[in-house]
Design a protein around this ligand. Structure first.
Ligand code: ADP
Ligand code: MG
Length: 253
């Protein structure tokens, strides 16, 4: 499967993406997680030690004067598949994590890795891994093609009016010619029975799964642990497991 998580900041993208990747990896399938958030955090949701390992500058070369194309490209001989082998880090359940790079100073410091990351995303052999993308909050990356590798885009929505305002914007990704084959909502932090119906009515998106508000998840976060390690039997992890089953079946929920 090729899925990307989008949504408002704090909606739960990283917690759910990290959990989904681990659940899927435990079925014995190869999973590559693509982290394009310049802020750190996903590694912890995956149960990796916090790592800033991104794509080093020497993975790229600068365009020569008079040449066409992007300013930086992967250095000659370095294919997308090889770059993943070199720069994606391995963690629990053998999940691989490719990070675009974490912001430490001016955003310009990520320029080379940003180009490399784009090229890798465009050229990676899609049948080799299941791909799980975790995008930063908001609309910018999704509408600039950062989720284009995904056939299914999951919009994580908190069932509040504010949450739905953001989700409605993101739902328009589905109108895009180059948009995903499927765009679905994942209701997160649900506390009321009618949340899924409200989100469907409020966003026009079909709800794939409703993840309850789960104190065990919040507690895992406080401790800096992956939900699947700290609370494997929690309701929230169970809901993510249901989502995996649905996506695997390509089922229309
Ligand atoms: N179902 C849930 N129940 C309780 N807390 C949750 C749930 N999902 C996410 N959280 C908490 O919400 C916060 C934001 O989650 P995070 O995954 O970092 O959001 P995002 O990546 O969308 O910005 C974290 O503290 C996380 O533990
Ligand atoms: Mg996040």
């Amino acid at each position: 499967m090729r899925v990307a998580f989008v949504g408002k900041g704090g909606a739960g993208k990283s917690a759910l993406a990290g959990t989904l990747a681990r659940v899927l990896a435990r079925t014995g399938e190869p999973v590559l997680v693509i982290d394009s958030d310049p802020m750190p955090g996903l590694a912890l949701s995956l149960g990796f030690p916090a790592t800033d390992a991104g794509i080093p500058d020497d993975a790229t070369v600068e365009r020569a004067d008079g040449e066409d194309g992007p300013r930086y490209r992967l250095r000659p001989g370095l294919s997308a598949a090889k770059a993943i082998e070199l720069y994606a880090v391995a963690g629990p359940d053998d999940v691989r994590l490719l990070q675009f790079g974490k912001l430490r100073e001016h955003v310009g410091s990520l320029m080379r890795s940003q180009h490399a990351f784009h090229q890798i995303r465009e050229e990676l052999p899609v049948d080799r891994w299941h791909l799980v993308g975790d995008l930063p909050g908001g609309t910018r990356q999704p509408f600039f093609g950062w989720a284009q590798f995904a056939t299914v885009v999951l919009v994580v929505v908190e069932p509040s009016e504010k949450g739905m305002l953001s989700a409605r914007r993101l739902a328009r990704l589905g109108d895009d010619e180059d948009g995903p084959a499927q765009i679905l909502a994942v209701v997160n932090k649900s506390r009321h029975r009618d949340d899924a119906a409200r989100v469907e009515a409020g966003t026009g998106l079909r709800v794939a799964v409703t993840v309850p508000w789960d104190e065990a998840l919040a507690d895992a976060e406080r401790r800096g642990l992956a939900p699947i390690d700290a609370a494997p039997d929690s309701a929230a992890v169970g809901a993510v497991a249901c989502l995996v089953t649905q996506l695997q079946a390509g089922a229309q929920p």
